[in-house]
Design a protein around this ligand. Structure first.
Ligand SMILES: [Zn+2]
Length: 316
C-alpha cells in the first residue's frame, strides 16, 4: 500500500492527514495556521505538523500534497495572495517543504485539489471530464478534461464563482458585479436571507435563529426547508436556478456535461440539486440537453485532506 501526506491549508487551521492510496485517512492532526505571523511562520507550522504526524505514524510516504486558497503556480509551488493571509504576496510553499522532507511536494489551489480528490477517490472516478464546484464562503471550481486538471495560461482556470449571471447584480469580493459567488457564497447568501426575512416575518427561519444574525447558517435554512418553510425552500430553489444558469453557460463553452458539487452549502441536498438540474437541462444548448448531469461530491468533511493527498497519487 502507498501513502501520502495531504495538507489542507486554511486561514485559521492547517489540517494534515496521512492517507492511503485507497483513500483512507490513517491519522490526521490539526494545527493553528497563525496566518497573522506571516508566511515564514505558516510554513514553519506546516513543517512541524508534518513532522509530528510522521513521528506518530511510522510509514513511508510517496510525497506531500498541499491544497490552499489563492492562485497557485503548481510547477513552482508558489502561492499568490491567498485571502486572509497576512503579508503574503508570492510565496514558494513547495520548495522549503520538499527540502525539509526530501519528497516531491505538489501544491494546488484548494478547489483544484478538491477536483483531483473526486477524480482519484470520489464520484469523479467514473467520468473522463467534469467540472468540480465547491460551495462554501467562496465558490470555487476545478476543470477536469480527459482525466487531467485544466490550468489555463496562468494557472487560474476554473473560477466558476466569478462568472457573471447579472451584469447589474450585487458587487462581488473580486470587484466585479453579479458573479455567482455574490449570490451563492455563504456570507452573501446569509445576508440575502436576512434581508428577505423582513418581508417574511413568519418564516420558520426567524424562529430557528431567534432573530440573531450570527445563528443564520445554511444548516438553519435547510432545517426550515425540511420542515416545509416556503421562504426557505424558495431561497434554495432560487440558488439552484442561478447555479444551473451558470453551469449551462460553462457547458455551452467547453462541452463538459458533468458537474460535481460539494462544500457546506451543497448540504442543502435534494431541493438544491433538483433545481440546478432543472435549470441546467432547460438552458443548455439542445444538443447537450440529454447529457447534462449534476451530482453531489463524495468526499465530504475530509475533502481538503483527501484532495491534497490525491495530488500525490495523481502524479506517482
Ligand atoms: Zn466575483
Amino acid at each position: 500500500m502507498k501513502y501520502a501526506i495531504g495538507v489542507d491549508l486554511g486561514g485559521t487551521s492547517i489540517k494534515i492527514g496521512l492517507v492511503s492510496e485507497d483513500g483512507k485517512i490513517v491519522k490526521k492532526i490539526f494545527v493553528d495556521t497563525e496566518a497573522s505571523g506571516g508566511p515564514r511562520k505558516v510554513i514553519c507550522n506546516i513543517k512541524n505538523g508534518v513532522h509530528q504526524l510522521l513521528s506518530e505514524i511510522n510509514l513511508p510516504i510517496q510525497g506531500i500534497g498541499i491544497g490552499c486558497p489563492g492562485v497557485v503556480n503548481p510547477q513552482k509551488g508558489i502561492v499568490e495572495n491567498p485571502p486572509n493571509f497576512y503579508n503574503w504576496k508570492k510565496v514558494n510553499v513547495g520548495r522549503p517543504l520538499s527540502m525539509e522532507f526530501e519528497k516531491d511536494v505538489f501544491v494546488e489551489n484548494d478547489a483544484n485539489a478538491a477536483a483531483i480528490g473526486e477524480l482519484i477517490f470520489g464520484n469523479g472516478k467514473k467520468y473522463h471530464s467534469f467540472v468540480m464546484v465547491t460551495l462554501g464562503t467562496g465558490v470555487g471550481g476545478g476543470i477536469i478534461i480527459k482525466r487531467k486538471l485544466y490550468h489555463g495560461d496562468f494557472s487560474a482556470a476554473g473560477e466558476i464563482g466569478h462568472i457573471t449571471i447579472d451584469h447589474n447584480g450585487p458587487k462581488c469580493n473580486c470587484g466585479s458585479f453579479g458573479c455567482i459567488e455574490a449570490y451563492a457564497g455563504s456570507n452573501y447568501l446569509r445576508k440575502r436571507v436576512w434581508d428577505g426575512l423582513k418581508q417574511h416575518p413568519r418564516s420558520l427561519i426567524n424562529k430557528l435563529i431567534e432573530k440573531n444574525y450570527d445563528h443564520l447558517t445554511p444548516r438553519k435554512i435547510k432545517e426550515a426547508a425540511d420542515k416545509g418553510d416556503k421562504f426557505a425552500i424558495s431561497i434554495i430553489e432560487d440558488l439552484g436556478v442561478k447555479l444551473g444558469a451558470a453551469f449551462a453557460s460553462v457547458s455551452n463553452l467547453i462541452d463538459v456535461s458533468t458537474y460535481i458539487v460539494g462544500g457546506g452549502v451543497a448540504g442543502f441536498g435534494k431541493p438544491l440539486f433538483n433545481s440546478i438540474q432543472k435549470t441546467f437541462s432547460s438552458r443548455v444548448l439542445k444538443s447537450l440537453q440529454p447529457r447534462v448531469k449534476v451530482v453531489a461530491a463524495q468526499l465530504k468533511n475530509e475533502a481538503g485532506i483527501k484532495g491534497a493527498s490525491a495530488l500525490v497519487f495523481n502524479e506517482t
